[in-house]
Design a protein around this ligand. Structure first.
Ligand code: GUN
Length: 174
């Protein structure tokens, strides 16, 4: 898909295509559509990021709360979004043995208890050994810095999802 195509999309098509760039937050794509035309992938993603940055803390935490736990209930029940399923699968989280899955569920619960939102990590940049280690490390962080870290991970996930959609054509001018 190239930027000429993206810039020609009507509202409905744009939200259909980009509605899950931020997990389960189609409102962000709906808002970004108004900012078209976009000069390329970087311009487009900067509009997503600016929307996130401009939200009050409650909205930023809301975005994090739209993310499923890694190796959590949605994965078990087969109710993940296609994007999240793909990412968790790439990180090896869909084939954990029972002990590793229970360990991760325990850490996820501790994290949610401490910060009030789920642990978000760009799973595709990680693997099954790193995820629990990183989760345990981030559990020790201060809430303010952890919120910033988690939103940074949301942006990494968004970047990878946008790159999947736009790939090599992303730099074409409008
Ligand atoms: N990293 C990549 N995708 C996801 C997701 O769906 N949930 C969480 N928690 N982290 C992710």
């Amino acid at each position: 898909m190239d930027m000429v195509k993206v810039n020609s999309m009507d509202f409905g098509e744009f939200v259909d295509v980009f509605g899950n760039i931020v997990e389960k937050c189609p409102l962000i794509a709906a808002a970004v559509w108004s900012q078209r035309p976009f000069s390329g992938l970087e311009d487009l993603e900067n509009h997503f990021f600016a929307f996130i940055d401009a939200l009050p803390r409650s909205g930023q935490e809301g975005i994090l709360r739209c993310h499923p736990d890694l190796a959590g209930r949605d994965l078990q029940q087969g109710t993940l979004t296609a994007e999240s399923q793909h990412e968790q699968s790439q990180a090896g989280l869909t084939s954990l043995d029972t002990d590793d899955r229970l360990r991760l569920q325990q850490l996820n619960a501790q994290y949610r208890e401490r910060f009030g939102f789920p642990f978000v990590l760009a799973a595709r940049l990680s693997d099954r050994a790193t995820v629990p280690r990183e989760l345990a490390r981030r559990l020790q962080c201060q809430p303010e810095s952890e919120l910033r870290t988690a939103l940074g991970e949301v942006k990494k996930i968004s970047h990878l999802r946008l790159t999947d959609l736009l790939g090599a054509h992303s730099h074409s001018a409008r």
